[in-house]
Design a binder for this molecule. Structure first.
Ligand code: SAM
Length: 372
């Protein structure tokens, strides 16, 4: 029976020593962003010198000290990653006035430099376009040269690989990889270097909860997991927050591990888990139904495809998609304190897409699936 396990550690990820060597296939994460005010308190908690630097208006010192704390987490990655594993980091740069000086604090360049030093290969990155309509978005001297500043309207998804290309040596590994393929039409969107999630479905926790916790969209984690891992892999998020990476892993039939320093987020993560079966199955139905619609369109324009997917019997554009399966979630059960297990329905079927209702998690039954 297909089964995945998901474990949350309410611990500081600057110490990853509880994870065995070479145990992780993919890391998908978003750290607190250095020099973005909402994270000042978290960074000052990690190192009080950061708070002192900010109070004395020394932006450069604060920025460097904040990256020192993130570096402690990054330094732990080479030991735990399997050969050929991937790391995807969502990060935004910061613009800020400290000590009367407005400047850019480039977080992405600092992290790229660190991963290069750690021996990772840096691959082309994605720009996540986050356009703002705020009336005060233009900063500086207005219409007068030469003192106005370009508005920051994007974040990055940095992509690194550790070691040589992953090998799929055995027949079983090759089969797993083929079953984990994505659709040709998804490849065309997912592997573009510009992402825009405007209008994409957010099946779990929406609005205020996500804003306050700096959560990334479900779609972001879901894409990366499907792009850079295979069914049954283990995905780590060392800055778990509301648990988006964990939920997207469960939805994609991957195991996951999360570290989160703030135990106050336990309730939100638990609520997400309560609602994940319904939300994930909806995402799976949408993928399958959208594929069928896309192939109808393709067939009309091009007169059919050369290949057929074996489990579902629908047309696919390439031979690489012929074994693709998207297993629906069947049961969610707590496995131990801080861990839950998901089982999957192995019968390939296409369920209808139901009217979309963003979920805040189903009503919680006391004691069930609580993470703390
Ligand atoms: C940008 S948020 C992550 C949001 C997450 N991607 C989501 O979708 O909800 C960063 C998270 O890292 C946590 N954090 C900060 N320092 C940490 C540390 N040293 N160890 C573990 N978690 C930490 C913060 O409490 C915060 O929840």
């Amino acid at each position: 029976m297909l089964k995945t396990r998901h474990t949350v550690h309410f611990k500081d990820s600057r110490d990853l020593s509880i994870l065995p060597d070479r145990s992780v296939d993919l890391i998908v994460t978003s750290p607190p962003y250095p020099m973005i005010e909402m994270w000042d308190e978290v960074f000052s908690g990690l190192n009080p010198e950061i708070g002192e630097a900010l109070r004395s208006q020394d932006g450069r010192k604060a920025y460097l000290l904040m990256h020192d704390e993130l570096n402690t987490v990054w330094n732990g990655f080479p030991r735990i990653l399997k050969p050929g594993a991937w790391v995807c980091i969502n990060i935004g740069d910061a613009t800020r006035t400290v000590g009367k000086k407005f400047q850019l604090y480039s977080n992405q360049s600092k992290i790229v430099e660190t991963f290069f030093r750690l021996g990772f290969d840096c691959l082309p990155m994605v720009l996540w376009r986050k356009q703002t309509n705020a009336p005060n978005k233009f900063m500086g001297s207005g219409m007068l040269p030469a003192g106005a500043y370009v508005t920051l309207e994007h974040e990055y998804i940095l992509i690194f690989r550790y070691g040589d290309k992953r090998s799929f040596a055995t027949e079983a590994e090759t089969k797993k990889r083929q079953q984990s393929s994505f659709f040709w039409e998804e490849r065309n969107t997912w592997f573009s270097d510009l992402w825009d999630f405007k209008g994409t479905r957010q099946p779990l926790h929406h609005g205020d909860v996500r804003e306050r916790s700096g959560a990334f969209p479900f779609e972001l984690a879901h894409r990366l997991i499907n792009m850079y891992s295979v069914l049954g892999d283990t995905v780590l998020d060392p800055f778990l927050g509301t648990g988006t990476t964990m939920l997207a892993s469960a939805a994609s039939c991957r195991n996951s591990i999360g570290f989160e320093i703030d135990p106050g987020l336990g309730r939100i993560v638990s609520e997400g888990i309560q609602g994940i079966r319904e939300a994930a199955n909806q995402v799976i139905s949408i993928r399958l139904n959208e594929h069928v619609a896309s192939m109808n369109d393709y067939t009309e324009k091009k007169g059919g495809t050369k290949h057929t997917n074996v489990p579902y019997g629908f047309p696919v554009v390439t031979s690489q998609e012929t074994e693709l399966v998207l297993p629906y979630l069947e049961t969610i059960d707590s496995a131990s304190t801080g861990a839950f297990e998901v089982t999957y329905d192995e019968n390939p079927e296409i369920r209808p897409v139901r009217a979309f209702q963003p979920s805040q998690g189903e009503p919680k039954q006391e004691g069930q699936l609580a993470l703390l």
